[in-house]
Design a protein around this ligand. Structure first.
Ligand code: S3P
Length: 440
């Protein structure tokens, strides 16, 4: 999908329609990365349906191919992974380029730690600045080695070992990527590794392993088994759906149904926060597939009130602060998001990017310690007419595009092609939602 580097979003009078995988809602990005990686080590062929079509997941797929995994593409969202029946990866000929994808970088470190390979990884200008120490520390404890920059960032060379020893590890930072990397290393390490997560984060790896009959127990991971190959169906991405939901809330006369999205409790928190803010969101058909909850939602235009978000909510909302900030901008009163330190280590320093760009759009916002304070301006209009620079950060680009859908003047976003990381059909989807209304 070709996406322009400059996006312009215009005020919409209505948004109307049904969004699902067929109309371009991407599959869950977190589950897609994990399904690819786990299927690569399984015995036999695993079919993945609903794979995320963004560039981040594509980088995981390409890296696995470069490591000798045969992957057959059936359609844009269906793959057959010919599992290696263990950690029998090939030494890649060239360094692995991981683009913008932090999840790929951290998961690959965990996956390859227990192999006798030397693998160099590098990424784009954003990924090159992201912290890798958090994943290197536990993997070094296992017995893996790294050559990285002085700042412990990419490019780095992982020097794995087939003779790792199990670890007991308390994860000091709330990060599902770190937890998953440790799980992947522990799976191919003889003995039992104990991974303790003081603050719980998204648990897709654990759920997939349970679905694949791998003997994982919370706080106790037994190694040396091979998981059974079973086909995996990936639900829609709730982080992508959140942009559509907030758009439907802030645009007048809107009603949008979003079908088949992951309703994992570590991912669906955004929708209960939006409901608490007054968002008209009906949740229907909660069901379970491949050990993951799934739901459909219907979102209508809403008058919203501000919210106070505690630090304890950060892991369940970690990717949603940009779009939540937009919702808060349209609420009458002051919202406060606490404990946002981790936002500084995402595809950009998101805390700073939100503060800067909200102010550029005419919304009073400031940072106090690690909290973001946003003075919403409902019922006055947001003026827009601003250019913001999203750099390489897809979530900043998408959030401010949504702001423009209900601002008086267009919002222009530089760095718009970053949406390809997770949601290549993003702009088309909004064109369709407004076109459907115009045609009806
Ligand atoms: C992810 C976990 C989160 C999230 C990222 C995807 C994952 O990162 O921000 O977009 O798939 O595990 P951290 O684990 O670093 O918090």
């Amino acid at each position: 999908m070709k996406t322009s580097n400059i996006l312009t979003s215009f005020r919409q009078s209505h948004l109307n329609g049904v969004i699902n995988a067929e109309s371009g809602l991407p599959g869950d990005k977190s589950i897609s990365h994990r399904a690819l990686v786990l299927a690569a080590t399984a015995k036999g062929v695993t079919q993945l349906t609903g794979l995320n079509v963004g560039e981040d997941v594509e980088h995981t797929e390409l890296a696995l191919k470069n490591l000798g995994v045969k992957i057959t593409q059936k359609t844009t969202t269906i793959r057959q992974i010919h599992g290696l029946g263990g950690w029998h990866f090939n030494q890649p000929v060239n360094p692995l380029y991981l683009g913008n994808s932090g999840t790929t970088a951290r998961l690959l470190c965990g996956l390859l730690a227990s192999t006798p390979l030397n693998v160099m990884m590098y990424g784009d200008s954003s990924l090159t600045q992201r912290p890798m120490r958090r994943v290197m520390t536990p993997l070094i404890e296992f017995g893996c080695q790294f050559d990285a920059t002085q700042e412990n960032t990419l490019p780095l060379t992982l020097k794995g070992s087939s003779n790792l020893h199990p670890i007991d590890y308390v994860i000091p930072v709330a990060s599902s990527q770190v937890k998953s990397a440790i799980i992947l290393a522990a799976m191919n390490t003889k003995g039992i590794s104990r991974i303790i997560e003081p603050i719980q984060t998204r648990d897709h790896t654990e759920r997939l392993l349970q679905y694949l009959d791998y003997p994982i127990r919370y706080q106790l991971l037994e190694s040396g088994h091979t998981q059974i190959d079973k086909d995996i169906v990936i639900p829609g991405d709730p982080s992508a759906a959140a942009y559509i939901a907030v758009a439907a809330m802030i645009c007048p006369y809107s009603k949008v149904r979003i079908e088949n999205i992951s309703w994992n409790p570590f991912r669906s928190r955004i929708f209960s926060i939006l409901q608490e803010m007054g968002g008209q969101i009906k949740v229907e058909n909660i069901r379970t597939e491949c050990f993951e909850e799934i739901a459909d939602i219907e979102v209508s235009s809403s008058i919203t009130k501000p919210c106070i978000i505690k630090s304890a909510d950060v892991p369940a909302l970690i990717d949603e602060y940009p779009i939540l900030a937009v919702a808060a901008a349209f609420a009458e009163g002051t919202s406060v998001f606490h404990g946002l330190r981790e936002l500084r280590y995402k595809e950009s320093d998101r805390l700073n990017a939100l503060y800067r760009n909200l102010n550029l759009c005419g919304i009073e916002a400031h940072i106090q310690d690690e909290s973001l304070i946003i003075k919403g301006i409902e019922p006055r209009p947001i003026f827009g007419g601003t250019t913001i620079n999203a750099g390489r950060d897809h979530r900043i680009a998408m959030a401010f595009y949504i702001m423009g859908l209900s601002a008086r003047n267009p919002v222009i976003i530089h760095g718009g092609d970053s949406v390809r990381s997770s949601f290549p059909n993003f702009v088309e989807m909004f064109n369709t939602l407004s076109y459907l209304r115009a045609a009806s």
